[in-house]
Design a binder for this molecule. Structure first.
Ligand SMILES: Cc1ncc(COP(=O)(O)O)c(C=O)c1O
Length: 458
């Protein structure tokens, strides 16, 4: 490690407070310092080459090097590096991007607002629901329902909506208007003998009970990721979305599809909503919108909602919401270029093609003694690690088996994410078949390494 790298690590430990990190571990061991990247590979300050099996944070769709995206950013920086979208001002790139996104959106969306992150897109969705409900005669519809283990962001509202206990504890959250319905993890929570469809119907019945106990006239919306990402790469069980959407229709509850991870090809369709037949009223997206080369997110919704916003804007004199960097010209230029590239290389077609190898190699890991279940679609895979797969007995959490696998994988040159004892594997969407083979070999070797440690204890 050279002197510069040593200095960066020291400075990072001394001053930089890291989000979603173990602070004690950071103080004692310091960061993994990533210095550069190319294709699906990242390189650390010790010179290690690592396949990024988590696409950064599920966002680096086109890998770590792309001259076209860099040129698009540079070109825009040299033409118009910033322009506000407040006060009825605009610029060509953001107008084009809006039109383009509405053309691609699932479910008849007509309007779009831009932000810089998935959290801000979802936070805006919550505010728009509350705002429009004051215009359409439903001011008491303020409650927002998410799911246990769902992940929708880190603002005060979106973290309240997320069902992640470690993000609530010590923060005095969630806020009271946010409720959570069951986690649809069939493998872990089905009753013996229960089919997937029966399980899905039971999940929907729980949801309906929650709506009824809260009072349907107080519920504004249900937010969900088409497939749960931050909760551990969980695919919806058969019949789940049909059953859940029937409840939403019955009580006239708005459905917000959080496509922040699933959007732009991850599941083998442009949107997770297409993969599972979702009919949302609003859609949020971020991450792969710009291939993660620039922070930009979007929230899309329908004209009907826009009409209610118009009423309030008429009354108040302004639609009083927005962020300085909403629709940033550089972000918009990069996103437009990313969407062009997706079309030109037929990214969705590529994901479908390589996902056969990807899913076959992942499913082959289900024979491993640590692995209880493998699930996946497209380039999105989750593995459930369990002490006893048949009895569905988890490992003692203090053994940190997931973290062990994650660390061994890193040592072998593969970055994976452990969410408790759920492994999430979601490489950049441009990954090639031979790279999948290498990554899968490393994953298997990491499981073997972890098994060598754990075997004596089970
Ligand atoms: C499904 C989902 N929604 C929202 C977010 C929040 O996005 P951001 O971190 O850009 O605020 C994330 C982040 O990982 C996510 O996975």
């Amino acid at each position: 490690m050279n002197a510069d790298a040593k200095h960066s690590i020291k400075a990072d430990i001394a001053h930089h407070v890291h989000p979603q990190s173990n602070l004690r571990q950071h103080a004692e061991k310091g960061p993994t310092m990533i210095t550069h990247g190319k294709g699906v590979f990242i390189y650390d300050s010790e010179g290690r080459e690592i396949i990024d099996g988590f696409s950064g944070l599920g966002c680096v769709s086109l890998g770590y090097h792309n001259e076209r995206l860099a040129d698009a950013a540079m070109g825009q920086m040299n033409t118009l590096p910033f322009a506000p979208t407040f006060y009825n001002r605009s610029h060509p790139r953001v107008a084009e991007l809006g039109e383009r996104l509405i053309g691609l959106a699932p479910g008849g969306m007509n309007r779009v607002m831009f932000q810089c992150s998935g959290s801000e897109a979802n936070d805006t969705a919550i505010k728009l629901l509350w705002y429009t409900n004051t215009a359409n005669g439903n001011p008491n519809r303020r409650k927002i329902i998410g799911r246990v283990r769902g992940y929708h962001g880190n603002t005060v509202a979106t973290v309240s909506l997320s069902g992640q206990p470690h993000m609530h504890r010590k923060f005095g959250l969630p806020l009271p208007e946010f409720k959570h319905t069951e986690l649809p993890n069939y493998y872990r929570f089905h009753i013996d003998g229960e089919s997937e469809i029966e399980f899905s119907n039971r999940m929907a019945a729980h949801f309906e009970d929650l709506v009824l106990s809260e009072g349907p006239e107080t519920v504004a919306a249900f937010f969900a990721e088409p497939a749960i990402s931050g909760g551990g790469a969980l695919m919806p069980p058969e019949g789940y979305w049909d059953a859940m959407q029937a409840v939403l229709r019955k009580y006239d509850i708005k459905f917000v599809a959080d496509e922040v991870v699933c959007g732009f090809g991850r599941t083998g369709n442009l949107w997770g909503s297409q993969t599972w037949g979702l009919k949302p009223d609003m859609v949020s997206c971020a991450k792969a919108l710009s291939a993660a080369f620039f922070p930009i997110s979007a929230l899309m919704f329908k004209d009907e909602m826009y009409a209610d916003m118009m009423k309030n804007s008429d009354e108040v004199g302004v639609f009083g919401h927005g962020y300085t960097y909403a629709g940033h010209p550089v972000g918009a230029a990069v996103a437009l270029e990313a969407l062009d590239i997706y079309d030109e290389i037929d990214l969705v077609g590529h994901v479908r093609k390589v996902s056969e190898t990807f899913l076959a190699r992942c499913r082959a890991l289900s024979d491993h003694p640590l692995v209880a279940e493998v699930r996946g679609v497209g380039l999105f895979c989750g593995l459930e690690l369990m002490k006893d797969a048949t009895k569905r007995e988890p490992f003692d959490p203090s053994w940190k088996v997931g973290e062990l696998v994650q660390n061994f994988a890193h040592d072998r040159g593969l970055y994976l994410r452990a969410i408790g004892d759920r492994m999430s594997f979601m490489p950049p969407l441009i990954i090639k078949e031979y790279e999948i083979e290498i990554a899968a070999d490393r994953f298997k070797a990491a499981l073997d390494d972890a098994w060598a440690v754990v075997r004596g204890r089970v």
